[in-house]
Design a protein around this ligand. Structure first.
Ligand SMILES: [Zn+2]
Length: 205
């Protein structure tokens, strides 16, 4: 177990001894008093690391939205596309629902997830109190499965492979930033322990 468990009953996986857990400090381990097996441990500086990854993700989100995504060159014509172009194009061609869906899961929800995560992590890191922190974290956890940038990226790769034979495609700063954004959002999720965040939020007066 690697969870930073707090005040619940767990059993030792080696000798079945039952005992009550308590929150650990950074890098601390809880060992079974009878057989010495390591039961759970606190990964060091999780909030701090998750905060750095989230801030980096926000920077890449900005870059992904400002710079061109792909440039298509065909017979002297050049068409520059942006991250939101695909969704907007669907919208203009009458595929309203699809356009809204693409823009929501690919752009809007990831943005809300990053902002919501920062809204929780910055005050935790600097011991500040903010309005509706618990509600915000609940919201962030609820929308996590819907922020599917990977699906949008997959669509882009498929389109790229299909079009590369008929047009010249120049990959833009936005596309690389978008890929980096996916990596840093995944890192944030990997390092952040929701239980630890809940405990820290509950400890506040
Ligand atoms: Zn034991």
């Amino acid at each position: 177990m690697t969870k930073a468990a707090g005040n619940s009953l767990i059993a030792c996986h080696d000798c079945d001894l039952l005992f009550r857990t308590r929150p650990l400090r950074d890098g601390e381990r809880a060992a079974c008093p009878r057989c010495g097996a390591v039961l759970y441990h606190q990964k060091p500086r999780t909030i701090n690391r998750a905060l750095i990854y989230s801030l980096t993700a926000l920077i890449f989100f900005g870059l992904a939205n400002v710079f061109p995504f792909m440039t298509f060159k065909l017979q002297g014509r050049e068409q520059v596309t942006f991250l939101t172009s695909g969704g907007l194009e669907l919208f203009q061609q009458g595929f309203w629902g699809l356009g809204v869906l693409v823009l929501t899961v690919g752009v809007l929800l990831p943005f809300l997830k990053i902002i919501g995560t920062l809204y929780i992590l910055i005050p935790l890191e600097f011991n500040l109190r903010v309005w509706k922190a618990r509600e915000t974290f609940k919201f962030v956890e609820a929308l996590s499965p819907w922020a599917m940038m990977e699906v949008l990226m997959l669509g882009v790769i498929v389109a790229y492979v299909k079009l590369i034979d008929i047009t010249t495609i120049v990959l833009g700063v936005s596309l690389y930033s978008f890929a980096a954004l996916i990596v840093f959002m995944t890192l944030t999720t990997a390092v952040l322990e929701p239980r630890e965040v809940w405990e820290r939020l509950e400890q506040r007066p």
